[in-house]
Design a protein around this ligand. Structure first.
Ligand SMILES: [Fe+2]
Ligand SMILES: [Fe+2]
Length: 416
């Protein structure tokens, strides 16, 4: 990046980032852009989360994303790096912990030669496992408008034009400070949007205890993973892909909000539904879709599609079929009933969420069942390919299984 245009670039970037609505996608994007701004080979982004009662302090750092250009280049195209979810205490012992504690930027030219006069140390465990050599690092807190640390960005191995690893410069420090300011604004807005969505989900959860925050977070994250790989196979341009995945992430969380309109006696019935009760239950798709009758954004369009079609089957045996959710009018009928949508008549978003929702339901404990074993879940999904599910998407699901499993660990169910 040429220095003269650095700030112009940052201003444009700030505007672009303010268009990203979903917290996770925003964090991933922030890390990517922060790396670009200072030409860093690798990095991680953390957010602060509350500690458990037996841990020190009131908050700790949770790693959200890690990127590593060098390690990524050793993978096949479309593959993603697997990384473990871990937490860092906010104290003076680690660099990121120190940064969050003191709210100071930390610039270390050589991680293997840190001054003995500072309190923090470099943990070389990652280098040992991966064979990567970390040299320089630049770590900065993301501070909210009320001066709380909401996250930390850590960048590793600045590179010069020839690709040699060099220390981060004083100019890099300035650019990153400016960037962290932007990041704070857009991140706080995304946190706010997420809180609003989760409140809506909570309303549905009060009616149907299966629709927990953890469930919808997992379903939305799986959906994005599946879409990402689909977009890669279909050569969808990066910009279009990023916009769609952002909208998909938010709208898939709302797949079952229509359950707010179904009565408790049906939703909480511990035994099997009568055919009549089942047909009432099926209406949650239509009720959900009708919540988005005032379309003002792409999220509304997708949320409507997903709510309406996430129980349609690839072979046409699902529900609610060809119905106008706003008027209740049947669009295509056979024997007085709506014809099921099939194949690509079902929007991509609905086909994706169908897989994500069923996978998560089978893996989870419910009042009426224990979680299925992984082998059983996977063979069930395979056996439903071409019947319930889009065969191409099932193939994709198996391709990205390691990422799916990793995503699952990110949003564990709360203990009963
Ligand atoms: Fe549903
Ligand atoms: Fe669900």
């Amino acid at each position: 990046m040429r220095r003269k245009t650095d700030y112009e670039y940052l201003v444009r970037l700030g505007l672009e980032l303010s268009g990203v609505q979903d917290v996770d996608l925003l964090l991933e994007r922030l890390l990517l852009e922060a790396r670009k701004v200072v030409n860093a080979d690798a990095g991680s982004i953390y957010i602060t989360v509350p500690t458990e009662p037996n841990e020190e302090g009131t908050e700790k750092l949770a790693i959200k994303y890690s990127q590593n250009e060098t390690l990524q280049s050793q993978l096949l195209p479309g593959e993603k790096l697997a990384y473990t979810i871990f937490f860092v205490p906010i104290n003076e012992k680690s660099i990121s912990g120190y940064c969050a504690l003191t709210k100071e930027l930390v610039n270390v030219p050589d991680m293997y030669n840190i001054s003995p006069h500072v309190s923090y140390k470099f943990n070389s465990a990652f280098d040992k496992i991966t064979g990567y050599k970390t040299v320089s690092s630049l770590t900065i807190p993301i501070i909210s408008y009320n001066t709380q640390v909401i996250g930390v960005i850590q960048l590793l191995n600045a590179k010069d034009l020839e690709g040699n690893v060099i220390p981060f410069s004083p100019n890099d420090e300035l650019l990153l400070k400016h960037f962290a300011n932007n990041a704070s604004t857009v991140l706080q807005r995304a946190f706010y949007t997420k809180a609003m969505i989760l409140r809506l989900v909570k309303t549905a959860e009060m009616r149907d205890p299966k629709e927990t925050g953890a469930h919808v977070n997992r379903v939305a994250s799986y959906a994005v993973e599946i879409y990402d790989r689909w977009a890669f196979h279909h050569n969808i341009p990066a910009e279009k892909r990023d916009r769609f995945r952002d909208d998909l992430k938010i709208s898939s969380m709302l797949h079952d909000v229509g359950k707010v309109a179904i009565s408790d006696t049906i939703l909480k019935k511990p035994s099997k539904f009568t055919p009549e009760e089942f047909s009432i239950m099926q209406k949650h798709t239509i009720y959900g879709a009708s919540l988005f009758d005032d379309i003002t954004s792409n999220v509304d369009i997708l949320a409507k599609d997903i709510a309406l079609t996430h129980h349609e089957n690839w072979d046409g045996t699902g529900y609610p079929g060809w119905v106008n959710p706003d008027t209740g009018e049947i669009i295509k009928e056979e024997n007085g009933k709506p014809v099921g949508k099939k194949g690509e008549e079902i929007p991509l978003s609905g086909r994706i969420v169908a897989i994500a929702d069923v996978y998560d339901a089978l893996c989870s404990k419910r009042v009426y069942k224990e979680p299925w074993s992984e082998d059983n879940v996977l063979s069930e999904l395979k056996s439903l390919s071409g019947k319930k599910f889009d065969p191409e998407l099932i193939e994709i699901f198996f391709e990205i299984l390691p990422n799916i499993k990793q995503t699952k660990d990110k949003y564990p169910d709360l203990p009963d």
